[in-house]
Design a protein around this ligand. Structure first.
Ligand SMILES: [Mg+2]
Length: 171
């Protein structure tokens, strides 16, 4: 049977984003409501898959192991509910162009193929328009975390992941 899945952007959704990348543990902060949101979605039967651009690797700022360390820290804070992590280390100005980099949808499609995801029951959640474009390209409904009044093509706009989870659970 096909499964329902929430595809999650990482920075700005699961942890507080910053302009110069999150790869040091001291910069890693989980906003209020994130563990509760993820646990509620998991209990409702959703797969939880992180889809994240990590071009700081292409830029030589950090390495893959830092991405895995942050992922483990999120898992630790959220009861290990995340099912998988897909990240794009590339950047067109530093190493190579890649369809795995959002707004490309290839990582979503890879994960969807592996886990037999039913797109009609699934969502992409992100805080940037490139997340929304990637989700739309894959055929998903999209939820943008943004301030009120933000210009977006997302299906829904909410303030944070907790509000996103409440919206999903009502759908
Ligand atoms: Mg983000």
């Amino acid at each position: 049977m096909k499964k329902k899945c929430i595809f999650l952007d990482r920075d700005g959704v699961l942890n507080v984003d910053r302009v110069d990348y999150v790869y040091r543990m001291e910069d890693f902060i989980i906003p209020k409501g994130v563990p509760e949101a993820l646990i509620a979605l998991k209990e409702a039967g959703y797969l939880l898959v992180v889809i994240t651009n990590q071009s700081g690797i292409a830029k030589g700022l950090y390495e893959r192991k830092h991405v895995f360390a942050i992922h483990e820290a999120i898992q630790k804070a959220c009861g290990g509910v995340l099912d998988d992590l897909y990240f794009c280390p590339y950047h067109e100005n530093f190493d190579s162009r890649s369809l795995t980099r959002k707004p490309g949808s290839l990582l979503i499609e890879k994960a969807a193929a592996k886990y037999q995801v039913d797109f009609n029951l699934s969502f992409m959640v992100g805080d940037h328009e490139r997340d929304i474009i990637a989700g739309t390209r894959a055929g998903l409904r999209t939820i943008r975390l943004a301030p009120e009044g933000e210009e977006t093509n997302a299906t829904f706009v909410v303030r944070d992941l907790l509000e996103a989870s409440q919206l999903i659970l009502k759908s």
